[in-house]
Write a protein that binds this ligand. Structure first.
Ligand code: DC
Length: 233
């Protein structure tokens, strides 16, 4: 789609967990001076808020109401680390654990929950630009984005990265268990009826297995700059 409808630059980065999306999205957003939307965090916050409010995850209307009124704030702490607030409370560590990711994947199956989060996700689109990280950013939320990337990596590599990430955060993890959980979650995300994980037809696919974060960031930044420099149709 033409860049003309995309006055505020939008780059979508979709892919399965452990593909490096989150880190790449943050680094690319910094390099371009654009805002960042971590859409997975919104599903994680919805699941966490539902648990805290005693709403069962199969109560779709209840979970959707929580998603529609989600009070989420994304901040950067003094040490440069991300800080995610739910109703004013710092829940950064709580939403990053694997259990919360699993619960997020469950609530994300429901069309009503997904619809309840559409407006919030779109509200992040503000000049000079937005890097949107998720599963359906290029296919559903920002189909007219000027640049789209779909990141993949082998399942073994993704489990290893997740393991390293969790260890670094002081969260205990088991590599074999992680590997199984990741493939189950991928399967659920890719086969669900609504907004399944899949590359947009016009996304550039990058296999990050064997590439460093720096290499992937450089590739993606180059892609966006290239697209921005193309004459608008
Ligand atoms: O990217 P993540 O691991 O933080 O995402 C957690 C879950 O949320 C993931 O298993 C699927 C779901 N999700 C989604 O369905 N759509 C998105 N755009 C982002 C995440």
């Amino acid at each position: 789609m033409s860049q003309a409808v995309d006055e505020c630059g939008v780059l979508t980065i979709d892919g399965p967990s452990g593909s490096g999306k989150g880190t790449v999205a943050r680094r690319v957003a910094d390099a371009l001076g654009w805002r960042l939307l971590d859409s997975g965090a919104l599903y994680r916050l919805t699941a966490l808020a539902a648990m805290r409010d005693g709403v069962r995850l199969d109560d779709i209307a209840g979970v959707s109401a929580i998603a529609a009124g989600l009070d989420a704030k994304f901040d950067v702490a003094d040490d440069g680390d991300e800080r995610i607030l739910l109703r004013g409370e710092d829940v950064t560590a709580a939403i990053r654990n694997e259990n919360c990711g699993e619960l997020a994947s469950q609530v994300a199956q429901h069309d009503e929950v997904r619809k309840a989060l559409v407006g919030l996700q779109k509200s992040y689109r503000k000049p000079p630009g937005l890097v949107a990280d998720g599963r359906d950013m290029g296919t559903v939320i920002f189909p007219d984005a000027g640049s789209k990337v779909f990141l993949t990596a082998s399942p073994e590599e993704r489990a290893r990265r997740r393991y390293k990430q969790l260890k670094e955060k002081g969260i205990s993890a088991n590599l074999a268990r992680l590997s199984i959980d990741i493939s189950e979650r991928d399967k659920r995300d890719a086969t669900r009826a609504i907004a399944p994980l899949r590359p947009a037809a016009d996304a550039v696919q990058i296999d990050t297995t064997g590439l460093s974060i720096d290499e992937v960031v450089a590739l993606v930044v180059e892609l966006v700059r290239d697209r921005l420099s193309q004459p608008q149709l």
